[in-house]
Design a protein around this ligand. Structure first.
Ligand SMILES: CC(C)(COP(=O)(O)OP(=O)(O)OC[C@H]1O[C@@H](n2cnc3c(N)ncnc32)[C@H](O)[C@@H]1OP(=O)(O)O)[C@@H](O)C(=O)NCCC(=O)NCCS
Length: 179
């Protein structure tokens, strides 16, 4: 399945994405909204290591977001295991110069469709730090529902924050109670 809508495409990360990935990810405004697993400061070597780690993925779970053919950010899923094997957690960021152009809203819609249609997943979800209103808006625009608030679940930059949890259910499974 081609993951493309207008000028926006999800594709495998490529070696040539490393320099722009490092440039975009090395931004405190991105770091403050994501897990500490994202190095900060973020180096070219961090980007190269990350891209190399993604090369073996089958099926692909980490995508580069391309806008007009140019790499602008990442979107990926962490599939669940055991009883959560039909769920996946979604994460994303794009470079600050590309914010508020509707790019991640489209990228999220594409990866959600990939999860439901190609991977046969039932539920996709994510957790947003309480102050990240832009990400919450993206999720709402893509039809995710706000499930609940995990009070004081997150320690970020030495402060304690609530996490707001969002999910979307594959419509094909909405009324099913068995596979
Ligand atoms: C959050 C992020 C992914 C959004 O990507 P994006 O491509 O700019 O998103 P879109 O343009 O599709 O939509 C952004 C929406 O948020 C709104 N928005 C932006 N800043 C906002 C703010 N401070 N308060 C409220 N809404 C805001 C925009 O107006 C837009 O909504 P609209 O279409 O109704 O006007 C991007 O800013 C980013 O990478 N941030 C850092 C990393 C991050 O937060 N990752 C997600 C972790 S859960």
């Amino acid at each position: 399945m081609e993951l493309k809508s207008g000028k926006i495409e999800l594709r495998r990360l490529q070696d040539k994405d490393a320099s722009r990935m490092a440039e975009f990810a090395n931004n405190e405004k991105i770091f403050r909204n994501v897990r500490d697993a994202l190095p900060h400061p973020y180096s070219l070597e961090d980007a190269v290591t990350f891209i190399n780690r993604c090369k073996e993925q089958d099926p692909v779970t980490t995508f580069g977001i391309a806008f007009c053919g140019e790499y602008v950010g990442n979107i990926g899923i962490e599939p669940g295991t055991d009883v959560y094997r039909k769920s996946a957690e979604i994460g994303y960021f794009i470079g600050e110069p590309y914010w508020n152009m509707g790019i991640v809203t489209t990228a999220l819609a594409l990866i959600t469709e990939y999860c439901f249609h190609d991977l046969g997943l039932i539920r996709v979800f994510t957790g947003v730090f309480e102050y990240n209103t832009a990400s919450m808006r993206v999720l709402e625009k893509c039809g995710f529902q706000k499930d609940c608030v995990f009070k004081k679940a997150v320690i970020k930059q030495n402060r304690i924050w609530d996490e707001v949890r969002f999910s979307k259910i594959n419509p094909a499974f909405m009324d099913k109670d068995s596979l």
